[in-house]
Design a protein around this ligand. Structure first.
Ligand code: CTP
Length: 543
């Protein structure tokens, strides 16, 4: 027996415990998988180094995918038999999504690692914990003990952010069983409010302005591409494997503060690599393509070879067209929440993803770019609608915008398109443009602004004037003798128009304007005012 102590150098040749099953096509894979209990086969052909996993191969059959086998080849680290490595180096290589290394014509796995008596030599990771996390940890451990649970984990993006030294906004906790009593106890211990979220039997606790998700470890099963999965209780490692990317397949044991990282997520974070867990990950759940865009640009990650293969598979199989409008809209909204929302869209465009989406025939990326780089006053929801309008055109409902709203947005956009000359004309008073535009949805205005550069100045000025109000309000006008009624509204509008057009500055000038244009009305009292048809008010309508 070789010496495999951690300090020893290991020659790859000594790890070759037997030949792997080599296959070249679906037929051979079918035979090999049914004959042997193997989870992975080695793919032979065209110089491609990689493995075929039973899971992916079975899923491909279930989904009825007619693909050459080589499209399902997952790249894993590959060593020549003469290579010499230390145990920790080898262990790090084994931590890939397949947990296998290719050594020429053989596969070395984690199981064999343990059979050879090798030890994991993990350097401890120095993490810094926020006061909120420390508090949560104590209470989660108490709640776990009270519920009779030995272990409780922080999982997913929170662990990723901790490893990166970033603040953690959302805490996702996971327990191996007894999720309901644990969540109830944790909510009580925290003094937070427990909200059951229905979809996958997960719980949410609102605590100190934070959201804590509590789930039980589970496995999920996709019956068809882009469907929501069916979920079943399952071991922790399965729960990590069902996730989107290795960098999110991390769990922090709250008792020991050790990170479980079976698929090399920490190394991928270090190497800035975006790696998937299996090749049909993006077919199972195409929203992961948008998630990839967010993570790649947020953390500066480079897509792995496997990711690129998975993406090209997903795009070739047109799975994006299977996503429901609500899920599509949600993904766009999540991109908008990024610090630099333009970057994920550019990332998607560069990888030819945008063209697989239900975009309108007039879509131009430059307008989307202008919208996102723009500094016009708007709420995020309005920017989202404007963006969808630019992307989708007539196909707005296919992006989850309700029918009536879609009609309003689109007709507002088209009206602006028709009235570009009016909006750009210097002869038209600004107030007239403002009164006209105010009737249209803000999102239509934003989209038109992004679409036609010549509208920049007019729309900017108009939007700024939306907020302008005269100093004299309704009460002040009543005090000046104007009775309540339609005329009061008309006078207020006249004053606002004058202020927008720079004809008056301050209360004194507003009173002077009223005296000049409405003296007869103000002096005569209510009876005459009621009969006034506005013809003597100097064009008070403004529009
Ligand atoms: N997840 C997944 N596939 C998805 C959505 C989520 O595998 N389509 C998993 C990931 O492990 C992710 C976790 O569920 O880390 C929580 O999802 P979410 O809150 O959307 O992601 P975070 O990483 O927490 O947040 P963000 O993307 O905003 O950083």
């Amino acid at each position: 027996m070789k010496d495999f102590t951690p300090a020893a150098k290991i020659r790859a040749r000594d790890l070759k415990l037997g030949r792997a099953l080599l296959v070249r096509n679906f037929q051979e894979a079918e035979e090999a998988f049914s004959r042997a209990g193997e989870e992975f086969l080695l793919f032979e052909g065209g110089g491609i180094k990689g493995v075929i996993s039973r899971l992916v191969w079975e899923k491909a059959k279930l989904f009825g995918l007619k693909l050459p086998l080589e499209r399902l080849v997952f790249e894993v680290p590959s060593l020549s038999s003469e290579e010499i490595l230390s145990a920790p180096q080898l262990f790090r290589l084994l931590k890939n999504p397949a947990n296998r290394i290719i050594i020429e014509d053989s596969l070395f796995s984690l199981k064999e690692w343990h059979l050879l008596g090798l030890k994991e030599e993990e350097p401890p990771l120095a993490l810094s914990f926020s006061p909120a996390f420390r508090d949560l940890r104590q209470k989660a451990l108490s709640a776990a003990a009270y519920t009779g649970l030995a272990r409780v984990f922080l999982v997913g993006g929170g662990v990723r952010d901790m490893v990166l030294g970033l603040p953690v906004a959302d805490f996702d906790l996971m327990v191996p069983e007894k999720v309901t009593p644990f969540a109830q106890n944790l909510a009580r211990f925290l003094g937070g409010e427990l909200v059951k979220s229905s979809l996958f039997g997960t719980y949410k606790i609102a605590w100190q302005g934070l959201e804590i998700d509590v789930t039980q470890s589970r496995w999920e099963y996709y019956e068809a591409p882009a469907r929501l999965p069916r979920v079943f209780p399952g071991p922790l490692v399965w729960d990590l494997f069902r996730r989107d990317f290795t960098i999110n397949a991390l769990a922090l044991d709250l008792k020991t503060l050790k990170i479980l990282d079976p698929f090399g997520g920490i190394a991928d974070l270090g190497a800035r690599r975006l790696e998937i867990l299996h090749l049909l990950s993006l077919v199972d759940d195409p929203t992961r393509i948008f998630r990839a865009a967010r993570y790649a640009t947020r953390f500066g990650l480079k897509p792995s070879v496997n990711f690129k293969r998975a993406l090209s598979l997903a795009l070739d199989l047109e799975v994006l067209s299977l996503l429901s409008p609500a899920r599509l809209k949600n993904e766009v909204f999540r991109i908008l929440k990024e610090k630099d929302p333009l970057a994920p869209f550019e990332w998607l465009r560069a990888r030819k993803v945008l063209e697989k989406l239900p975009t309108g025939k007039d879509f131009s990326f430059s307008s989307l770019k202008r919208l996102l780089a723009g500094d016009l006053p708007a709420k995020r929801e309005e920017i989202l609608e404007a963006l969808l309008l630019l992307l989708a055109g007539e196909a707005l409902v296919r992006w989850g915008v309700p029918d009536q709203k879609a009609k309003r947005l689109l007709s507002g956009f088209k009206e602006i398109a028709k009235e570009r000359d009016f909006l750009c004309s210097e002869k038209v008073p600004l107030s007239a443009k403002v009164f006209w535009l105010e009737k249209l949805p803000r999102a239509s205005i934003l989209a038109a602004w992004a679409r036609w550069p010549e509208l920049d100045q007019p729309l900017r000025e108009a939007l700024a004037a939306f907020e302008v109000r005269p100093e004299l309000n309704g009460h002040a006008l009543k005090a000046l003798g104007v009775p309540s009624g339609p005329l009061l509204g008309k006078l207020l509008k006249r004053l606002r128009a004058a202020k927008i057009d720079g004809q008056v500055k301050g209360r004194k000038e507003e009173i002077a304007l009223l005296e000049k244009e409405f003296s007869h009305v103000l002096a005569a009292g209510s009876t005459r005012l009621d009969r006034d048809d506005g013809s003597a008010t100097g064009g008070g309508d403004g529009a």
